[in-house]
Design a protein around this ligand. Structure first.
Ligand SMILES: *Cc1c(COP(=O)(O)O)cnc(C)c1O
Ligand SMILES: [Zn+2]
Length: 393
């Protein structure tokens, strides 16, 4: 039986204006904030019971009805999603936690969870007729774009800071992308992408600057619910740059409740940043609705080196509505956490991912997490592209 998307329209997350979902959009034309995909949840509630998932493919496309791509011919896949949820018994025991888990996103195509977002953004852009794509990246997003653009047969141009680990550049070029290195941070790379947009050269797939990367990343929320037997965990710990995954999971929980798949109990969402670039943590602590740009951002966790996020208000809203919090950890704590996750649990993770374990140690010490709570670390990427950070023992 053909599965149909229940996508109905786009809605601005800030001003609430609505738009035709079958046209191409970047930010809301009225207020320059992110647009979010909305679905006909009434119809989906009837047609898409959670039992329908039984026997479906182990990729994020098992949730097709709640994803934006209408024509099956455009549903690109490299096997993304449905990553393992691993019990972390040894690390948990160190802190007295009886239910510590990790979602191993490093097993996705191109070795990070960026595959989820770019899979969806490229699929939908192809369906809507885009002929050239561009992206600013700290590394992982560029690799994921390159892979899915190749799959779609659409040229891709990637702009990355000059200090991006060389393995990313090799990977992106091997996947057929054009790569330009720029001085500065991801925000400087973004300027080049914007100039090309103004000149009509390409479509911008920067995170939250088009509506569909967040739809790919929200599938982490659907998977968590399914893997936990439709009872969400108590705490989710998420390393936050642009915040797409955190915003996406929060959206997924609301959708699943509307579908009748879960009740109204929600995890407390924890945003983890690096002490050298923590705009969301600072805004959370100040009680602000949006975040001021971070000056002189510096951290070994490249994916967290995002001085300003266009979806800042969505991140802060999700943290607060969930009763969550925001935590900054140092680069030294990240290095130590990376070694511990590897040696204790057998997963070699990216520094961004390691930050989650560093943060949990703070939260348990502060009694913000109780010993019997179910806690999930989002291990967002593999460590294999960051071997320059691992010193000789
Ligand atoms: C991009 C990235 C992040 C940050 O993800 P956002 O959804 O943009 O906050 C975290 N970890 C890794 C490995 C990344 O590549
Ligand atoms: Zn708007």
């Amino acid at each position: 039986m053909q599965r149909t998307s229940f996508l109905s329209h786009l809605e601005c997350g800030w001003c609430g204006a609505t738009y035709d979902a079958d046209r191409l959009w970047n930010l809301c034309p009225a207020c320059e904030r992110p647009l979010l995909a909305r679905y006909d949840l009434e119809a989906a509630r009837q047609a898409f019971p959670r039992e329908a998932l039984r026997g479906r493919e182990p990729t994020l496309w098992r949730y097709t009805e709640m994803l934006p791509v209408r024509d099956p011919a455009y549903r690109l896949t490299l096997g993304e999603g449905f990553t393992p949820l691993l019990p972390f018994k040894r690390l948990g025991a160190r802190l007295g936690l009886t239910h510590l888990y990790a979602k191993d996103e490093g097993l996705n195509p191109t070795a990070s969870f960026k595959a989820r977002g770019l899979c969806m953004a490229v699929s939908r852009a192809a369906e809507l007729g885009v002929s050239r794509l561009a992206i600013p990246t700290a590394g992982n997003a560029g690799s994921a774009l390159a892979a899915y653009a190749a799959r779609a047969g659409i040229p891709a141009h990637v702009f990355a800071p000059a200090d991006v680990p060389p393995v990313f550049v090799a990977e992106m070029r091997a996947l057929g992308a054009e790569v330009t290195l720029v001085e500065g941070l991801i925000t400087d790379a973004a300027r080049f992408v914007r100039e090309g947009v103004a000149a009509g050269r390409w479509f911008d797939v920067s995170t939250l600057k088009e509506p569909y990367r967040v739809e790919g990343k929200k599938t982490m929320g659907y998977e968590l619910a399914e893997q936990f037997g439709w009872r969400l965990p108590d705490v989710i710990v998420y390393p936050t740059g642009g915040g797409t995954g955190l915003v996406g999971m929060w959206k997924a929980f609301a959708e699943m409740e509307a579908l009748g798949w879960i009740d109204d109990k929600r995890p407390r969402m924890v945003s983890v940043q690096s002490a050298g670039c923590a705009p969301i943590v600072r805004a959370f602590q100040q009680g602000a609705d949006t975040a001021e740009p971070w000056e002189n951002a510096a951290t070994i966790a490249d994916g967290l080196r995002v001085p300003a996020a266009v979806g800042d208000f969505l991140i802060l809203r999700a943290i607060r509505e969930s009763g969550g919090t925001a935590v900054a950890v140092s680069d030294d704590e990240i290095r130590a956490a990376q070694r511990e996750i590897g040696a204790q649990e057998g997963v070699f993770v990216a520094p961004e991912a390691a930050a989650t374990w560093a943060a949990v140690q703070h939260l348990v010490r502060d009694a913000w997490i109780a010993p019997d709570e179910r806690v999930v670390l989002f291990l967002t990427g593999s460590g294999l592209k960051y071997t320059h950070l691992v010193q000789d023992a």
